[in-house]
Design a protein around this ligand. Structure first.
Ligand code: LRH
Ligand code: MN
Length: 424
């Protein structure tokens, strides 16, 4: 199913006057409002192809109905999101879950929905049917050269699929590690992994980036061979200028100061991008901003300051991606909420008075520095995000529009109640 612009416009008509009142009132309080709206409109968040169906845990999976059964239907679903919020203009594919059998056809379909292909994701954390060698004891770290070469070859295949689709980056997340003390020679595991990444790096087109995604634990629970930002930075620095770190918000040990990690990786010019989600305990992959919205705001504060300090283009110079899993909510509703939370945190971060904050920090006026941040965090910027959407042809209330147009019911009617999407 596809949404038509007239449907969106008709729904907006019912909300326009209330929106105008909220926007004009809120906009008065803020300097640089037009600059903020322009930046919001340009900001696009990539949707993970593996999070368009119902996720699950080892304890169970509850189907949602109307799930996309192939890559074409996944692209159509991201097209739906983008039609509603005008901020989801890219899809990030995972191979082999989403192999584009006919790349030209898939690219044309994505163009039709106004979608780009963001980072490609390789998968050496599962054994595929008929796969000669197992990744049970890791992939690039593996003690067996044959397994390492199999993993390298897979990543080269993923790059080839990405080139055919116009993607410009590869995300490598390795589940490699160990479950018990004594199991692994950490140095050999690091050196094997680095050697494998070097072969993958050598195959990168010159205008591509490689993102090394780190994770503190799961599925290994004693060590991970790319376990934290320091290890990821070590790999990225040793690999070269096209290699960067990738920050998945759910991949940290409890109480890690992620905003400080972000500020330092950005300072070093080695922050490649994000997998946005939220969590209370582990890699919970919950809706962005649903558990710790202030942390998300603080992360965007460091991003805005750090990108401005480097003269970076906010929309283009980093990889903005969601990585979530939906166990009990409609995946499309969850993704609409996640994009909204990201846009709100970005808008609040943009409205902070940088000069006043610098002055407060310089004079160690701690309370004032806090107040400057909390004022922005406590400002309702939803009308700014809605105004940016409206100007870009989106819905003033994407979730409301999704529901009033009964999109899920229509998808179930079209695809059936038991269709299952590939992915997590
Ligand atoms: C690992 C991860 C990685 C993806 C996977 C789907 O936890 O965050 O980014 O490959 O989720
Ligand atoms: Mn991730």
């Amino acid at each position: 199913m596809e949404l038509q612009q007239i449907q969106i416009d008709a729904l907006n008509d019912g909300l326009r006057s209330r929106h105008q009142r909220a926007f004009s009132y809120q906009a008065e309080q803020v300097d640089r409002i037009e600059d903020i709206i322009t930046k919001l409109t340009a900001f696009q968040v990539a949707i993970p192809s593996w999070a368009l169906g119902a996720g699950g845990t080892r304890f169970g999976r509850f189907s949602i109905g109307g799930e996309p059964g192939n890559l074409e239907e996944k692209i159509a679903d991201v097209g739906l999101l983008h039609k509603l919020n005008a901020s989801s203009g890219a899809i990030s594919l995972h191979i082999p879950w989403d192999i584009p059998t006919d790349a030209a056809k898939i690219k044309a379909l994505a163009d039709h929905h106004g979608l780009q292909f963001d980072a490609m994701n390789s998968n050496t954390f599962q054994d595929q049917p008929g796969q000669p060698l197992s990744y049970k004891f890791g992939s690039l770290q593996h003690t067996d050269k044959g397994v390492r070469q199999q993993a390298i070859d897979h990543n080269l295949e993923v790059i080839a699929h990405g080139k055919a689709l116009g993607s410009k980056s590869l995300t490598v997340w390795l589940s490699d590690g160990s479950n018990f003390p004594g199991q692994l020679n950490f140095r050999k595991a690091f050196q094997n992994t680095l050697a494998g990444l070097e072969e993958i790096y050598a195959a990168l087109p010159e205008d591509w980036k490689i993102f090394v995604e780190y994770k503190a634990f799961e599925p290994n629970f004693y060590s991970m061979t790319v376990g934290d930002w320091g290890q990821s930075l070590l790999y990225a620095n040793k690999l070269g200028p096209q290699a960067y770190t990738l920050v998945d918000l759910g991949h940290h040990l409890p109480n890690a100061n992620i905003e400080q990690i972000v500020s330092l990786l950005l300072m070093e010019g080695k922050l490649g991008g994000f997998h946005f989600n939220d969590s209370k305990y582990g890699d919970d992959d919950l809706t962005v901003g649903s558990i710790r919205p202030y942390q998300l705001f603080l992360i965007f504060r460091e991003l805005v300051e750090g990108m401005n300090a480097r003269g970076m283009n906010h929309a283009k110079d980093l990889g903005w991606m969601i990585d979530a899993s939906h166990n009990i909510k409609d995946p499309l509703e969850d993704l609409l909420q996640s994009v909204e939370a990201i846009m709100i945190a970005y808008a609040q971060a943009l409205m902070v008075d940088d000069k006043a904050l610098d002055a407060a920090r310089q004079s160690n006026d701690v309370a004032h520095a806090q107040e400057l941040l909390q004022h922005a965090f406590r400002t309702d910027v939803r009308s700014f995000v809605a105004e940016a959407r409206l100007r870009a042809g989106g819905a003033l209330d994407p979730l409301g529009a999704y529901r009033s147009m009964q999109v899920r019911q229509k998808l179930i009617a079209e695809r059936g109640a038991v269709s299952k999407a590939t992915g997590l």
